[in-house]
Write a protein that binds this ligand. Sequence first.
Ligand code: NDP
Ligand code: 8X3
Length: 255
Amino acid sequence: MKTRKIVFITGATSGIGKACAEKFASNNYDVIITGRRNERLDELAANLKEKYKIDVLCLSFDVRDLMQVEKAISSLDEKWKDIDILINNAGLSAGLNPIDKGIISDWEQMIDTNVKGLLYVSKQIMPVMTARLSGHIINIGSIAGKETYENGNVYCASKHAVDSLTKGMRIDLLKYNIKVTAIHPGAVETEFSLVRFKGDKQAADNVYKGYKPLTGADVAEVAYYVTTLPDHVNINDLIVTPTAQANTVHTFKKI
Ligand code: NDP
Ligand code: 8X3
């Protein structure tokens, strides 16, 4: 018998996922943290265990690799398999090119991570929830999944897919009493832009200049909030932006 609820978070080595691990751990959840960067997982696990006296399990895998996903999740023992909340957060934008100048490996990386990775992980975890007739899946989409902006093309398409998959999950999992929520953030200052601009720190820093962007902790607060509602209440869909941002094109910058 487990003593605490369990949350499984993809992409917990950085940004929103890491902040979610901290938020749920601080609220007495046991957490499964995942990502490819092992050292970061180990460091976060040690920190959370020490600070919050909860259990932490690290699983290192690439969400794009079905065999790795299956192997990692099927290795869970009875206690850890009994996952209450899945946060599908791992994702990225690679490049910001007009579609005619797009790089095929970037397209593949975004579609394989943001769409197929989310499906591979969910496929492994949904059976636990359907058998138990309870659970909550939180998909981290983006305002890029609600609007399409210049040069956003494939990233926007991948996040529109997350939006649509969230709706599909909610419908198909209704009969199992599973909550499905999408959170669509606007600008969050994480490693996202550094990844998008392939290590160009100046270009990344410029994205967040002249206004106060969201932090990973802001989004984690919202992710935790949606899990605190009564059993019969589900938040389906949320768009969360900095106060200075109205949508993907209008951000009020004081520069
Ligand atoms: P970060 O770059 O800070 O974090 C991304 C996380 O995803 C890392 O932990 C990374 O782990 C993980 N990840 C990426 N690729 C893979 C992979 N192939 N396999 C496993 N894990 C992977 O960015 P954010 O925290 O900002 O991004 C989290 C999510 O939020 C993404 O889905 C992003 O699209 C979305 N989002 C971000 C916004 C922003 O402005 N920052 C706004 C809207 C949505 P590792 O590299 O160790 O594998
Ligand atoms: C990240 C936010 O506006 O850069 O998903 O696409 S945006």
